[in-house]
Design a protein around this ligand. Structure first.
Ligand SMILES: NC(=O)c1ccc[n+]([C@@H]2O[C@H](COP(=O)([O-])OP(=O)(O)OC[C@H]3O[C@@H](n4cnc5c(N)ncnc54)[C@H](O)[C@@H]3O)[C@@H](O)[C@H]2O)c1
Ligand SMILES: [Zn+2]
Ligand SMILES: [Zn+2]
Length: 387
C-alpha cells in the first residue's frame, strides 16, 4: 500500500510499504477514507522527537471502513465506519479503568524503556516514534488498529468524514484542555495558539461556560478564525502583550490559560530565538512562559501543547508565587468520543470549520511543508488516500 513515511527532519515521502495484517485477535484493519496532518506531526517533521526511524509510517488522526476483524473482537464488523483515537488503550489496566486512556499501562511495547526516562509507561500512540511503541500510523491506505474492541467509535449514518474525523485527536484535545480549566460562569480564559487545538479549545471554553476568551497568535487567518469563534484576539509578538491582557481583564488577568502551542513556539524574535528556530531542534518554550505570566494568581494553566525534553525553562517562580495549578497530558480521547459525537450529531458544533486543504497521499510531502511554513492560509490538511 501507499503511505507517508518519515526519513529525517524535513523529509516525508509517499512510498510503498507492507500492507498491515491482523496480529492479535482483538485487532481490526481499516481502509482509510480520511486522515489529517496534526501539529504534533510537525514535531516529528522538525526532528524534535527522538526514536523515529527511516521509513516509519506517519499519522494519528484517522478514520475509515473496517475491512478485517480479529477473531476475538466482537465489537466491530466488516463494513463499519469508525473514527480511531490516536491513543491506543487496552481498556483493562488500572489507568484505563480510571478513564486515563492516554496512560494505559499495557499498550506501549516500549513502556519499559519509557519508564526509565519518566518513571512509568504511558499508552502507545499511532505513528509517534519508538518511545510510543512504533505503531505504524494512519497517513496510509490501510491501518491496523490494536485493541480495536476498545478505541474506535462507530459513526452514525448521515455524518460526513469531515464532521467526525477530528474526534480522533484535536477536538477532544481542545475540549479536554478547556475542561481542565474548571471554567465557572463569568470567567475569562486565554488561549495561546490558534491553530486546530487552540481553535477547538476556544469553542470548547464557550461550550463549557466561559464568558470571554482571549486568543493569542500572530497569523491573521488564524486570528480571524478565533474571532469567528467568539474570541477577542491579541498578537504574541506585541511587546506589551502582558499589559494588554491585564488591561482587557480589568487588572485581574484570565482565570485560566491554555497553552496550545507546544515546543516550537515563537516569542518576540530575539537573536537566540532566531538561531534556535533556524539551526537547531531545540525546544522553544516561549508560549509556555507567556502563558504562565498571563495567568491570574490562583488560576489554572492547562497545557495540551506537547513537550518532550527536560531542558525547557519555565518561570517556576511565577508559578509558585501566584499559586497556580498545572493540568496537562496527552488526551484521554476515548473518554470524549461519545459525548462529542453527540454534540456533532446535534449540530452544536461542526468541526469541519478548520479544514483549509484537501489532498491525496501523493501530495502529502508538499502539504507537510505548507502546513509547517504557514503558507497558503493553511490551518488543517485532510488527506483522502483513496481519492
Ligand atoms: N496533548 C495532546 O494530546 C495533543 C494532541 C494534539 C496536539 N497537541 C499539541 O498541541 C499543540 C498545538 O497543535 P496544533 O495542531 O493546534 O497547532 P500547531 O502546532 O500547528 O500551531 C501552533 C500555533 O501556535 C502559534 N504560536 C507560536 N508561538 C506562539 C506564542 N508565543 N503565542 C501564541 N501562539 C503562538 C503558531 O503561530 C501556530 O498557529 C502542538 O504542540 C501539538 O503537538 C497535543
Ligand atoms: Zn495530533
Ligand atoms: Zn490500559
Amino acid at each position: 500500500m501507499k503511505a507517508l513515511t518519515w526519513h529525517g527532519s524535513g523529509d516525508i515521502r509517499c512510498e510503498q510499504v507492507d500492507d498491515p495484517i491482523i496480529q492479535d485477535d482483538r485487532d481490526a484493519i481499516i481502509r482509510v477514507t480520511s486522515c489529517a496532518i496534526c501539529g504534533s506531526d510537525l514535531h516529528l517533521y522538525g526532528g524534535f522527537v527522538p526514536g523515529m526511524h527511516a521509513g516509519d509510517v506517519m499519522g494519528h488522526e484517522t478514520m475509515g471502513e473496517v475491512v478485517e476483524v480479529g477473531r476475538g473482537n466482537s465489537k466491530l464488523k466488516v463494513g463499519d465506519r469508525v473514527v480511531v483515537p490516536f491513543t491506543i488503550s487496552c481498556g483493562e489496566c488500572r489507568m484505563c479503568k480510571w478513564n486515563l486512556f492516554a496512560l494505559c499501562e499495557r499498550s506501549n511495547p516500549s513502556g519499559k524503556e519509557q519508564a526509565k526516562q519518566i518513571g512509568y509507561p504511558t499508552a502507545g500512540l499511532f505513528g509517534y516514534s519508538e518511545t510510543y511503541g512504533r505503531f505504524p500510523g494512519g497517513q496510509a491506505e490501510y491501518l491496523r488498529i490494536p485493541y480495536a474492541d476498545v478505541g474506535p467509535i462507530k459513526v452514525p449514518g448521515g455524518l460526513t468524514d469531515d464532521q467526525v474525523l477530528f474526534l480522533s485527536d484535536i477536538f477532544p484535545t481542545g475540549y479536554m484542555a478547556a475542561e481542565n480549566c474548571d471554567i465557572q460562569p463569568g470567567q475569562t480564559v486565554a488561549v495561546f495558539g490558534c491553530r486546530p487545538v487552540g481553535l477547538f479549545a476556544i469553542k470548547s471554553a464557550f461550550l463549557l461556560g466561559a464568558e470571554r476568551v482571549i486568543a493569542v497568535d500572530n497569523v491573521p487567518e488564524r486570528l480571524a478564525l478565533a474571532r469567528a469563534s467568539g474570541a477577542e484576539t491579541l498578537d504574541y509578538t506585541d511587546a506589551d502583550l502582558q499589559q494588554r491582557i491585564i488591561d482587557m481583564t480589568n487588572g485581574l488577568g484570565p482565570d485560566a490559560v491554555i497553552e496550545a502551542v507546544g515546543m516550537e513556539s515563537h516569542g518576540t524574535g530575539g537573536v537566540m530565538e532566531t538561531l534556535q528556530s533556524k539551526f537547531s531542534s531545540t525546544e522553544r518554550p516561549y508560549a509556555l512562559q507567556q502563558a504562565i505570566l498571563a495567568c491570574r494568581p490562583g488560576g489554572i494553566v492547562s497545557i495540551p501543547g506537547v513537550f518532550v525534553g527536560s531542558a525547557v525553562t519555565a518561570p517556576l517562580g511565577a508559578f509558585v508565587g501566584k499559586g497556580l495549578t498545572l493540568r496537562t497530558g496527552q488526551t484521554h480521547v476515548q473518554r470524549y468520543l461519545e459525548p462529542l459525537m453527540a454534540m456533532i450529531a446535534d449540530g452544536r458544533i461542526d468541526p469541519s470549520f478548520i479544514i483549509t486543504h484537501r489532498i491525496g497521499l501523493e501530495d502529502g510531502p508538499e502539504a507537510y511543508k505548507t502546513f509547517r511554513d504557514k503558507t497558503d492560509g493553511c490551518v488543517k490538511v485532510v488527506i483522502r488516500p483513496h481519492g
